[in-house]
Design a binder for this molecule. Sequence first.
Ligand SMILES: [Ca+2]
Ligand SMILES: [Ca+2]
Length: 71
Amino acid sequence: MSKLAIVLSSAFVLALAGPALAEKPSFEELDQNKDGSLSQAEASKSGLDFAKADTNRDGRLDRKEYEAALS
Ligand SMILES: [Ca+2]
Ligand SMILES: [Ca+2]
């Protein structure tokens, strides 16, 4: 296999895998106790930086904070 073919095929694999890897769980999936906000433990599965996402520093992430952190 030529170098170019290797580069092209890995770029193709990355293009396929990229969006799937970037996909974050939805707020509903993370809010396991359905109280409408994410505790640090609930949010940990999202891979977000909790301290950064919790913009009002109340120790919980509401939907707005979560969605803002994703974008
Ligand atoms: Ca919750
Ligand atoms: Ca908060």
